[in-house]
Design a protein around this ligand. Structure first.
Ligand SMILES: Nc1nc2c(c(=O)[nH]1)N[C@H]1C(S)=C(S)[C@@H](COP(=O)(O)OP(=O)(O)OC[C@H]3O[C@@H](n4cnc5c(=O)[nH]c(N)nc54)[C@H](O)[C@@H]3O)O[C@H]1N2
Ligand SMILES: Nc1nc2c(c(=O)[nH]1)N[C@H]1C(S)=C(S)[C@@H](COP(=O)(O)OP(=O)(O)OC[C@H]3O[C@@H](n4cnc5c(=O)[nH]c(N)nc54)[C@H](O)[C@@H]3O)O[C@H]1N2
Ligand code: SF4
Ligand SMILES: [Mo]
Length: 699
């Protein structure tokens, strides 16, 4: 007897609803849920990977401990006790900061990790925190903190209603949207065009999204700030500033300061930097201003980027001064069932400390992930001797991953909470693998805060986990108890474990605290989710700045602008990244249906650059940067700007010491063996993953 169960896919930010046919504990099929209140029947090919991951023989299910170089399966009790002992050893010997934590992308997509890893981390009280945030969306949080007073007051493009969508550095037709939960971007893009609106894409590559847009403009990587500042300047010079209902939330002196700070960035100046003709910049400004509603959206290509800090500030300013911030069809603030931006931090979470080696700024309790390797290998006070990785594969995902790969070998102890034995977890002494995906309950409450339509969805487990398996949240609860017990024992104190609330109890408490009537029980009665309506203007009531106003020109951006210098000309090519529809960062390459077909880990090159280096399509080339070299096939295409090379990230699977089947046939190379770990965005400390100077040659 089969039955259909409904759940929300947690693989990416789009939160699509799935209808899953099961026969007992066996998945029979995965289809889109036509009645889902957010996705209305949209899914992407990755949804099917949920079943493959669940059934993957390579997936770890019980704890492993490395004994004399060999992996041995051990009991949960032994794994916890050993881990706790080693963690406490390290912190006793080298101080609390000698133990570092790296949290990767799925820690935000996994409700159990999201809620319970912080319990564990609070116990460790280490300042050596690293995560994917600094290789991703840090600059968005910084703009939110500085301008609105809270790191999670993040505006999203109201693409359901806009008439003009300007996209910089995002490829949502492939990534399915980011810092924007919007299932079916391609349908929404078509709808904009059908209602007479326009979509313009600025990207060094004519991407899948660019091909569907009304206009695409190639840009020199790393130069978007000049375009954004020129657009802002044109709004002022056209005397077109419109503040709408936010007029009384803005300090006019600050606005005038912005005007004078950008006055010299004319279209001609921006054109020299970006390679976009001045007339196109003028026309873009005019179109943005003429549209009834318009929104500028800047994503990864301008977030973890050269001047990424300034770019994310400039995106907000452009939307604000054209009357499109907190306005229908513009850039809006979702009203989520669990509001993660309701409270102001006691002390602004920025620059409270620095990374130990290169002095990069702390942000949101962490320092840039690319400083982890040097913080491990540089001797002295606070040298990192132990590491916890959670849902992350930083060897492949952070700049100069090869350096981190080597640094991990020198650690005294490492524990990974992860479902695979991969490039990162192979360095661990203990791996704690959770039951996850279809086996776990899920509430993507963070992404409701980024969604282009207000909904609430809770998913119960679709199938039962093995009786011996543990969920992420159980692992963090149990590990917390083990570490607290060990800490107490060393201090000669008694320890009585406190019962932690369950996952659902925690969620109910959070819903209650957010002032909604929703409960987990009520959400369980609504398998397709609860529709909570279109986005509404609300920032006026939610601002958490000291002034109670929107800070249009915070000092860090004023300084950043003052220090903004033209890019020095280079003879090198500039390297950028890309994503493919059937990948999920580093970890779905073990799923056959995701890697089937041609090898997509290629270096895209413009025909003119290929000819200049005598490179033919498909030939193996060596790409070299300051930090490393990789060899991979060339893919020659006019879809990439001249002077630019593109390599996807997440590849570079190692031959040694990992347990991944398919990946071995499609190992690829890691772009992060080329990305420079000594380059940071000056304002934020964020990684700069694109515009990396490289040379190419036939291998
Ligand atoms: N050059 C370059 N570098 C980049 C990027 C780029 O575009 N270019 N993108 C950056 C971005 S945006 C991100 S988010 C990062 C991603 O980088 P990371 O977050 O470091 O890595 P992922 O590849 O997402 O790794 C996810 C890990 O989590 C494990 N996992 C999956 N599900 C679960 C689960 O439920 N529980 C547990 N415990 N583990 C699980 C997987 O086995 C895998 O090891 O990479 C960044 N790095
Ligand atoms: N299929 C798939 N979907 C994913 C992921 C995945 O790995 N695979 N990862 C998920 C994650 S963790 C994230 S954060 C999101 C990211 O989602 P997006 O933000 O859409 O990221 P990308 O697809 O990497 O697109 C970045 C774009 O920026 C362009 N770019 C590079 N440098 C520059 C520049 O200097 N200026 C401009 N204007 N553009 C530039 C690149 O060519 C690329 O098209 O995707 C998520 N969705
Ligand atoms: S778009 Fe994202 S959420 Fe939707 S099915 Fe694909 S991976 Fe899952
Ligand atoms: Mo990401």
């Amino acid at each position: 007897m089969t039955e259909t169960k409904y759940r929300t896919c947690n693989l990416c930010e789009a939160m699509c609803g799935l209808a899953i046919e099961v026969d007992g504990n066996q998945v029979v099929s995965i289809r889109p849920d036509q009645d889902d209140v957010l996705s209305h029947g949209h899914i992407c090919p990755k949804a099917f990977a949920l079943q493959d991951v669940n059934e993957d023989p390579d997936r770890l299910r019980l704890p492993l401990r490395k004994i004399d170089g060999d992996w041995q399966q051990v009991s949960w009790a032994e794994a916890y006790a050993y881990t706790a002992k080693r963690i406490v050893d390290i912190q006793q010997a080298g101080g609390r900061d000698a133990l570092a934590v790296y949290a990767g992308n799925p820690s935000v997509h996994n409700t159990g990790t999201l809620l319970f890893a912080p319990v564990f981390r609070r116990l460790l009280r280490t300042k050596s925190n690293y995560s994917a945030t600094s290789v991703d969306q840090l600059t968005h949080h910084l703009a939110a903190l500085m301008m609105f007073g809270q790191v999670n007051l993040l505006p999203v493009p109201d693409i359901n209603r806009t008439d003009f969508w300007l996209i910089l550095g995002g490829n949502p037709l492939v990534s399915n949207g980011s810092m924007m939960t919007a299932p079916n971007v391609s349908g929404k893009l078509r709808a904009i065009q059908q209602r007479g609106g326009k979509v313009v894409v600025i990207d060094p590559r004519r991407t899948e999204t660019a091909k569907k847009a009304d206009q695409h403009l190639f840009i020199t990587p790393g130069t978007d700030i000049w375009l954004l500042l020129a657009l802002i300047n044109l709004v002022f010079t056209h005397d077109a500033v419109t503040l709408g209902h936010l007029a009384d939330k803005i300090n006019m002196e600050q606005l005038l300061a912005v005007e004078s700070a950008v006055a010299h960035i004319t279209p001609a100046v921006a054109s020299r930097e970006t390679g976009i003709p001045g007339a196109e910049i003028e026309a873009l400004a005019a179109a943005f201003l003429q549209a009834n509603t318009a929104v500028c959206y800047g994503r990864l290509g301008v977030s973890a980027a050269q001047h990424g800090g300034l770019c994310q500030w400039a995106v907000v300013v452009l939307n604000l001064i054209t009357g499109n911030l907190d306005a229908v069809g513009g850039s809006m603030f979702p009203s989520a069932p669990i509001d993660i931006a309701a409270r102001k931090a006691r002390q602004a979470p920025f620059k409270r400390w620095q990374s130990r080696t290169s002095g990069q700024p702390e942000a949101m309790g962490e320092v840039p992930a690319q400083t982890l390797a040097e913080d491990i290998t540089t001797p002295g006070t606070g040298q990192i001797k132990g590491l916890v990785t959670i849902c992350g594969n930083p060897v492949l995902s952070v700049p100069n991953g090869a350096r981190l790969d080597a640094a991990m070998e020198t650690l005294d102890f490492m524990v990974s909470v992860d479902i695979y034995l991969n490039e990162t977890t192979r360095h661990a002494d203990v791996i704690l693998p959770p039951a996850t995906g279809l086996e776990a309950a899920h509430f993507g409450f963070v992404f409701h805060n980024l969604a282009v339509h207000n909904t609430a969805k809770f998913s119960s487990p679709t199938i039962e986990k093995d009786p011996d398996a543990k969920f992420d949240w159980e692992i963090f609860s149990d590990l917390s108890v083990a570490v607290a017990q060990e800490q107490a024992a060393r201090n000669g104190e008694d320890y009585t474990p406190q019962a932690l609330p369950t996952l659902e109890d925690r969620l109910d408490m959070m819903l209650h605290a957010s002032g909604t009537d929703l409960t987990i029980a009520a959400l369980k009665e609504a398998p397709h989710g609860v529709d909570r309506g279109a986005l509404v203007p609300n920032i006026g009531k939610r601002l958490l700045t000291d002034s109670g106003q929107i800070e249009v020109f915070p000092a860090i951006y004023a300084e950043g602008l003052a220090n903004l210098a033209p890019t020095a000309p280079t003879a090198d090519l500039l390297l950028i990244g890309r994503r493919h529809l059937r990948t999920n960062n580093s970890w779905l390459h073990n799923v056959e249906s995701m890697v089937r077909g041609r090898n997509t880990c290629t270096a895209m090159l413009h025909p003119a650059d290929a000819a200049a280096h005598k490179i033919t399509d498909g030939s193996l080339i060596e790409v070299t940067s300051r930090v490393g070299s990789v060899t991979l096939p060339a893919e020659i295409t006019a879809d990439i700007a001249q002077g630019v090379v593109s390599i996807p990230h997440g590849w570079g699977h190692k031959k040694e010491g990992i347990r991944l089947r398919v990946a071995q046939g499609h190992a690829g190379v890691s772009i992060n063996d080329l990305v420079d770990d000594q380059v940071f965005d000056a304002v934020s400390g964020s990684a700069v993953i694109n515009a990396v100077p490289v040379t190419v040659a036939l291998a």
